[in-house]
Design a protein around this ligand. Structure first.
Ligand code: GLY
Ligand code: MN
Ligand code: MN
Length: 511
């Protein structure tokens, strides 16, 4: 019978103690030496005092520094992002001399059933431009003349004592304009008539709105109605936004470093807590517990905690089996810190010691992963090119180990490698785990991008083209890599991945 036990955050072995010598609860302090540059510092007085719909530096000084709107980000930075987006969209040649109306909806609340809400997750595009955490809000930016200023209106929920009794405090219109540094804030109920009036009186106009997969379907009909007017054209702001989002600012890099550090330590702790007989579910709880204690709001995605052959299912998230002595365990886990994500995969032996064949496969994947990081550093290939490198490297190494036959031509080798690793080797990482998805992976790599490097091999138990001793194993090693002018920086480097370090850490947590 399996008993649930609490896992204390007290660590046994020297290596773990060293890795986690700074308390997980001190993550922010660890990085506080990197301060906001003086030119973007904003006085605390810009942030109004009061109880609002989200934490502020006044109500949550342990989370948000003085003068910042959200953790690590100033109102100035949010405003500067809006300025840049408006500049980018309004300089599109075929839309010159039109009135530009940019509509970016927040996400709406999602319900598990009836009135039972899920934890709210803001639409990343809306958050990137406003810092506002409120569901069903709308950002509207209007620019009438090519060289004029633009006007920003934020639609939010007005204060309402009955709603606030159930849902907690709201910011309300009067404070929202000051808190989010916008020209005006209006009640969401007025959005429909506002947009209709605006589009009826501004001709010709272009409305920038994400029409496919709208972020808030509840608003979609309203927006469609306004779009039906003559002389209104529709365009999508998302590509321009994602081109901005894919290059991270210093403040974003700081938050991402923190998310990566917290995620790394939580995976280290999961290794330390792994023993034969532990459940995948318990390891999943350790990941979440450690991440939240370290300053993450929650997991970045449902983690994969896959022992034995279950690791050959790439999106295994049931996490409901018991870990056996001879199994390998594949974990893919990340955490979210103020909407910024980490994304880490590691694979380790449940017993704490690699078997001969598991070690061969693990070292093969690890050496490919390290070579890919070197290639990013040396050549800055686009992510699609990095994928081609992965297939070639995996194929060649598998051939050298005698796992793939020798008599394959180049194309056959790459095709066979793709069959054992059928996912891409990299994606951008940031406010979304698969960040800025409209930026193609053949785009040249640039400083300020954060990308994953995640080769894997997944050999099904019934794959008769592979020698039997290597079947039924899934291995992935995934790090988060920042591109800088000086080269690459592996933000998840504190997450153990060398064979000797893994063998030294697994199972060392006293339970
Ligand atoms: N965890 C999802 C991914 O690695 O892309
Ligand atoms: Mn990933
Ligand atoms: Mn991952």
């Amino acid at each position: 019978m399996y008993h649930i036990r609490m896992v204390p955050l007290r660590l046994g072995s020297r290596i773990v103690t060293k890795l986690m010598r700074r308390s997980l609860c001190e993550t922010r302090a660890r990085y506080s030496a990197v301060d906001t540059p003086p030119d973007v510092k904003v006085k605390a007085s810009v942030i109004p005092k009061g109880i609002f719909g989200q934490p502020t530096c006044h109500t949550h000084p342990h989370l948000i520094a003085e003068g910042h709107l959200t953790c690590g980000i100033t109102p100035h930075e949010f405003k500067e992002r809006r300025d840049r987006l408006v500049e980018k969209l309004t300089s599109v040649p075929n839309h010159a001399h039109k009135t530009h109306v940019i509509v970016i909806p927040a996400a709406r609340k999602q319900f598990m059933s009836d009135k039972i809400p899920y934890v709210f997750r803001q639409n990343s595009d809306f958050f990137y431009l406003t810092g506002c955490m409120e569901p069903a809000a709308v950002l509207v930016m209007v620019k009438y003349e090519p060289d004029s200023f633009y006007k920003t209106t934020l639609f939010v929920h007005e204060k309402d004592s009955h709603a606030e009794l159930w849902e907690g405090p709201r910011t309300g219109c009067s404070a929202a304009a000051r808190l989010f540094s916008v020209d005006e804030a209006r009640p969401v109920e007025n959005f429909s008539s506002f947009l209709h009036r605006l589009t009826a009186t501004s001709k010709p106009a272009v409305v920038w709105y994400q029409n496919e997969e709208p972020p808030n379907p509840d608003l979609h009909d309203t927006i469609q109605f306004s779009l039906k007017q003559a002389h209104i054209s529709l365009d999508d702001p998302q590509l321009a936004l994602h081109q901005m989002r894919v290059i991270k600012s210093p403040a974003e890099i700081q938050l991402l470093k923190e998310a990566c550090y917290i995620g790394s330590q939580s995976v280290n702790l999961a290794m330390a807590c792994t023993k034969p007989g532990t459940s995948e579910h318990a390891i999943s709880s350790v990941l979440e517990y450690a991440a939240r204690c370290g300053g993450a709001q929650h997991a970045a995605f449902p983690p994969v905690v896959a022992g034995g052959t279950r690791a050959t299912h790439i999106h295994y998230v049931a996490n409901d089996q018991i870990l056996n002595d001879g199994d390998m365990l594949l974990v893919d886990s990340g955490c979210q810190r103020w909407l910024y994500n980490s994304d880490i995969s590691r694979t380790w032996p449940v017993s704490g010691t690699f078997s001969k064949h598991h070690r061969i496969l693990y070292e093969l994947v690890l050496s490919v992963q390290k070579r890919l990081i070197e290639l990013l550093n040396e050549q800055r290939p686009a992510l699609d090119t990095l994928f081609d490198h992965m297939c070639r490297l995996l194929g060649t190494h598998l051939q050298q180990e005698g796992i793939f036959p020798k008599n394959l031509d180049n194309q056959e080798l790459i095709g066979k490698a793709y069959r054992v690793c059928p996912h891409h080797v990299s994606h951008y990482l940031g406010l979304d785990v698969h960040d800025a998805p409209l930026v193609r992976r053949r785009t040249p790599i640039a400083s300020g991008m954060l990308v994953t490097v995640e080769p894997g091999i997944y050999i099904r138990p019934d794959d008769e083209s592979i020698p039997p001793e290597f079947r039924g194993v899934g291995i992935r090693v995934e790090d988060d890599v920042l591109i800088t002018d000086k080269g690459v920086e592996v933000l998840t480097e504190s997450c153990v991945k060398e064979v000797r370090d893994i063998e030294a850490i697994v199972g060392t947590q006293a339970t």
